[in-house]
Design a protein around this ligand. Structure first.
Ligand SMILES: Nc1ncnc2c1ncn2[C@@H]1O[C@H](COP(=O)(O)OP(=O)(O)OP(=O)(O)O)[C@@H](O)[C@H]1O
Ligand SMILES: [Mg+2]
Length: 276
């Protein structure tokens, strides 16, 4: 497959700290683009790409994403890109989806058509230590057409976003698993309540997604870490550490499920049946 190339910068997104850009590419489609600049480093782009590839393997709805080339002449002729010291080369793009980021509140939660995404998304955010969905309204995106909640913005995984390293990931490889405090946010609780109403018979909602994760092969996990652009400057040590962290979390899927069942009150009425 040939590498996607950005041909037009349309405008800077209003939302988001990193203010990504709406662009169009040589496939005539529009994308939201994040590139290396004075606030976004290679780890931020790496985090996005790894999380996207994992979301694909786990069948969690998210915008189609990948790597694209941002040409030198486009950067040099755009004041906004020059202002934040954007660098040409490989960047992360996600295909534009029509929808809105409104956050999760009692009104928006009742409008979501795919509430069954709740256990998948919480499990995903927990094992990846995504610290930036929770109370960040911008990162709860609902599609306009069918009111589906989808997963986007995974810049801040691995608990400390752009500054994780092998030492922080080794520290975060714990059993019983460390559940980041953001998972206690009201947004996840509102989703859990709505999920329970819709699925009163389900006692262990996190088990199916954990089973899919647990059953991913080493090869599938390794594939998430392949072809990382060299200009993102991820050292071999860091790449290996990130991969080992995901393998560690995969081995502790059951322990994560137990923690989440307890946290969201799904452990009442008996022990967990079945093993995976
Ligand atoms: N593929 C997409 N389709 C439609 N809208 C998108 C897409 N990707 C991002 N957006 C919109 O752009 C906003 C900013 O994108 P994103 O959250 O990825 O950037 P950010 O700068 O990392 O945000 P934050 O401030 O949360 O760190 C999102 O809140 C969302 O509304
Ligand atoms: Mg965001």
């Amino acid at each position: 497959m040939t590498l996607l190339e950005i041909d037009t910068i349309i405008h800077q997104m209003k939302a988001g700290n990193s203010q990504p850009f709406l662009v169009s590419c040589n496939d005539s489609k529009q994308y939201v683009m994040k590139c290396l600049n004075n606030t976004t480093n290679g780890k931020a782009l790496f985090n996005e790409l790894i999380a996207y590839r994992l979301s694909n393997l786990l069948k969690i709805d998210s915008p189609k994403s990948g790597i694209a080339k941002l040409p030198k002449n486009i950067v040099e002729s755009n004041t906004l890109l020059l202002n934040n010291e954007s660098r040409y080369g490989k960047c992360f793009v996600s295909q534009l989806i029509n929808g809105v980021s409104l956050g999760i509140n009692p009104i928006t939660v009742s409008s979501i058509s795919n509430i069954n995404i709740f256990p998948k998304l919480v499990f995903f955010d927990t094992f990846l230590m995504n610290s930036d969905r929770a109370d960040n309204k911008g990162n709860w995106f609902i599609t306009k057409k069918d009111k589906k909640l989808i997963a986007l913005d995974h810049t801040n995984i691995f608990r400390i976003a752009q500054i994780w390293d092998s030492a922080s990931l080794a520290q975060d490889s714990q059993n019983p698993p460390e559940i980041i405090k953001q998972i206690d946010d009201l947004s996840y609780r509102l989703l859990a309540e709505r999920y329970k109403k819709n699925n009163p018979q389900t006692h262990h909602p996190f088990s199916p997604i954990a089973r899919i994760f647990k059953n991913l092969s080493d090869k599938e996990i390794h594939s998430c870490f392949s072809k990382i652009p060299s200009e993102w400057k991820i050292s071999d040590t860091d790449l290996q550490a990130a991969q080992n962290f995901i393998l560690f979390q995969r081995e502790h899927s059951t322990d994560i499920v137990n923690e989440l069942d307890q946290k969201f009150g799904f452990n009442k009425g008996g022990y967990q049946h079945g093993k995976f």
